[in-house]
Design a protein around this ligand. Structure first.
Ligand SMILES: [Zn+2]
Length: 471
């Protein structure tokens, strides 16, 4: 039988049923995935394989969906499709809708929805693009669960797409070139209409995070970064923009390091005028490149320490001229949305807030009497709050807990003080996000004042050095 007949015959067998073929039960899926993603020593390999590994080392594995039973998708352009390592379609093109699903018998099935053709899969289905313009569109990707931006939409991705059997469900991984990945991160994390030097700073941070501890967080998963806010937001080619692509290209290979190690390249939307150090927001050692200080090189020194209550209130009410106060900055109108985060108020009736606190903490404190700030960080962030009720008093610690348990959706930040007025509780606050590392709107403000991406990065991350990993 010639190779063509063999492929046709094999495909015929695949189509007959969805019975799993060649299941390797002795090796756990984790071990198999680990062995496949491990980078082997380069020196002992023949040149063509070495080239492949060097190339793959320039790739990043990004989790797009997980714990799914069924995924609807389509693809554009030509793909070779593999069942693990075995080719099942060569240079396939299709305008049909497809689905991958996890069967009750616990294996994966690939199905062409239009024709009903089914193919059983061992551990993973891999779509490898055969054309530069090829992309896969996945239906219904969830993002931002429980936050203001929660949504579900279809998204398109270049690079390899893998549907993997993992924990008896399906995980979708995009194995993609780092720079292609960054094209999808930069405009997802920052408006592509931001000043160009701010976009370049964002590109350096996004690249740094591929190599930093953030990029190694998911040791027991078949990916190294997830596409959501818990790594950095990556939306594939759905939002790509030529300005963001250019920012990635012009900073190619550049990362930010401290003592020879890629830094934890943290960033947030709007600090509200004062940055916070990492140890206040999370536990762990204070890092020398993530200090607490006003979001301005000179002029706001008197506000260096906002842990004092009366100084903090003055700070909130006076709207000082920090970099992220866009009032006097010449930036694109696309950034106007950020003005509402520099200073904000959130009002709840005491009844509504009692209900939220009960739902979020599971504790019934009775009638809400007062909310007292017990401790603030230097940026003024509340890190310990006392909630006084008629039945009991509750203490909430940590910035994120405070934001989540005193509001639904969570408060924009923990930089707030509380005013009681009639039957209402009013939060008067500043900023959006955790406030550590680069203030993205502040970076835009700096760029609008003529600072370049190096000055922006060295201001937000003192004691660091830019270096080029491609050289
Ligand atoms: Zn700021």
């Amino acid at each position: 039988m010639g190779w063509y007949c063999r492929i046709v015959f094999t495909l015929f067998l695949f189509f007959l049923s969805c019975t799993p073929i060649n299941q390797n039960k002795n090796i756990s899926i984790k071990e198999q995935i680990k062995s496949k993603i491990a980078i082997e020593p380069v020196q002992i390999l023949p040149p063509e394989i070495k080239k492949e590994i060097v190339e793959s080392n320039k790739n990043v594995r990004v989790g797009l969906m997980e714990n799914e039973d069924k995924i609807i998708f389509s693809f554009s352009g030509s793909y070779s499709i593999y069942n693990d390592e075995k080719l099942i379609f060569s240079k396939k093109m299709s305008t049909d809708s497809w689905k991958v699903y996890f069967t009750t018998e616990k294996y994966i099935c690939l199905e062409n929805i239009s024709t009903g053709e089914k193919i059983a899969v061992d551990q993973k289905v891999v779509f490898k693009p055969e054309q530069i313009a090829s992309y896969v569109t996945l239906g219904k990707i969830k993002s931002g669960k429980g936050w203001h931006w929660e949504n579900t939409r279809s998204r398109s991705y270049k690079g390899n797409i893998e549907f993997i059997k993992f924990n008896n469900k399906i995980t979708v991984v995009n194995d993609v070139g780092i720079e292609q990945y960054l094209y999808g991160v930069v405009p997802s994390e920052m408006s592509a209409l931001s000043p160009f030097e701010a976009l370049k700073a964002q590109a350096v941070l996004a690249r740094t995070n591929v190599f930093s501890d953030l990029g190694k967080k998911y040791k027991n998963k078949p990916y190294s970064l997830y596409s959501d806010v818990y790594s950095q937001v990556y939306t594939g080619i759905s939002k790509t923009h030529e300005r963001a692509n250019k920012a990635v290209d012009e900073t190619r290979g550049i990362i930010l390091e401290n003592n020879g190690k890629p830094i934890q390249a943290l960033f947030h939307s709007v600090c509200g005028g004062h940055l916070e150090s990492n140890d206040i927001i999370w536990s762990g050692n204070k890092l020398e490149y993530l200090p607490s200080k006003p979001d301005k090189i000179n002029g706001l020194e008197k506000y260096n320490d906002l842990s004092n209550e009366s100084l903090f209130k003055k700070w909130i009410d006076s709207r000082p001229d920090a970099y992220c106060n866009l009032a006097d900055k010449n930036v694109d109108k696309a950034l106007d949305y950020a003005k509402k985060y520099y200073r904000w108020t959130k009002k709840y009736s005491s009844k509504k807030l009692e209900q939220i606190i009960k739902n979020k903490t599971g504790k019934n404190i009775g009638k809400l009497k007062d909310i007292k700030i017990l401790k603030r960080g230097k940026s003024g962030k509340a890190i310990s709050v006392s909630v006084v009720g008629s039945n009991s008093t509750l203490t909430i610690n940590k910035e994120l807990n405070i934001r989540k348990q005193l509001s639904d959706p969570p408060l924009y930040s923990a930089n707030f003080y509380v005013v009681k007025s009639g039957g209402d509780f009013i939060f008067k606050g500043a900023g959006f996000g955790h406030g550590t590392g680069m203030c993205q709107i502040g970076a835009c403000g700096m760029a609008s004042k003529g600072k370049d991406f190096r000055e922006i990065l060295y201001f937000y991350f003192p004691n660091t050095k830019l270096s080029n990993i491609d050289k």
